[in-house]
Design a protein around this ligand. Structure first.
Ligand code: GSH
Length: 217
């Protein structure tokens, strides 16, 4: 049994949901509500699983010795290696470098600046209101997407790198969900917008969207 501890609106958990779907892996979903009661990620039970107080966390109970894995990118590569064909990260050293580089443009350089605890802290120390927080979100997505659009214009075929779905698409689509949520237009990013359409036409991506999850509210 695979158990994914996540939250419907978490883009890092959304990445893992896409991969579970791509690999056709059944799993149990345990909701960790990031906002209710000050955030269930801070409760003792969850702290015992993931002291970073971030989702997602994967429990793999299919093994003789059950394991707990944190960090969405580590979870994804683990699932791809154990249950898939390691195809999401590419076939050659050069392709793997390109795929990891583009994926990190999103998951290291855009996503952390958009995280809940970062904007909550801006509210606490700099009196950011909801609209200031949305402006902050859009700023870092614009910075990241402007560079990514140029890079993808060179690497993309149907998807971010060539014609196969890769880790980059898995990171991009959840980040675009955030872009729409915070009112960022994709008009300046035609390559990104075209890839989004192609990904969301696939069941693995379409069934992972936040609004379709059992804990969506
Ligand atoms: N690098 C981590 C990031 C995880 C992360 O930032 N998760 C967010 C949701 S997308 C979270 O749990 N935030 C809770 C908080 O900020 O309190 C990963 O990829 O798993």
């Amino acid at each position: 049994m695979l158990i994914l501890h996540g939250y419907w609106r978490s883009s890092a958990a959304y990445r893992v949901r896409i991969v579970l779907n791509l690999l056709d892996l059944t799993h149990e979903h345990r909701s960790v509500h990031l906002v209710k009661n000050g955030g269930e990620q801070h409760l003792n039970d969850y702290d015992a699983l993931n002291p970073s107080h971030l989702v997602p966390t994967l429990e793999d109970k299919t093994r003789y010795e059950p394991v707990v894995i944190t960090q969405s990118m580590a979870i994804i590569e683990y699932l791809d290696e154990v249950f898939g064909e390691s195809s999401l990260v590419g076939k050659s050293p050069l392709e793997r470098a390109l795929i990891r580089s583009l994926a990190q443009d999103i998951c290291c350089d855009i996503h952390p600046l958009n995280n809940l605890r970062v904007v909550q802290h801006l509210g606490d120390v700099a009196s950011f209101e909801a609209e200031d927080k949305a402006t902050w979100m859009r700023h870092w997505m614009t910075t990241g997407f402007s560079a990514l659009e140029k890079k993808l214009a060179k690497s993309a075929g149907k998807f971010c790198v060539g014609n196969e779905v890769s880790l980059v698409d898995v990171c991009l689509i959840p980040q675009l969900y955030n872009a729409h949520r915070f009112g960022l237009s994709l008009d300046d990013y035609p390559t990104i917008a075209a890839i989004e359409k192609r990904c969301l036409a696939l069941d693995a991506f379409a069934n992972a969207v936040p609004e379709k999850q059992a804990d969506a509210s």
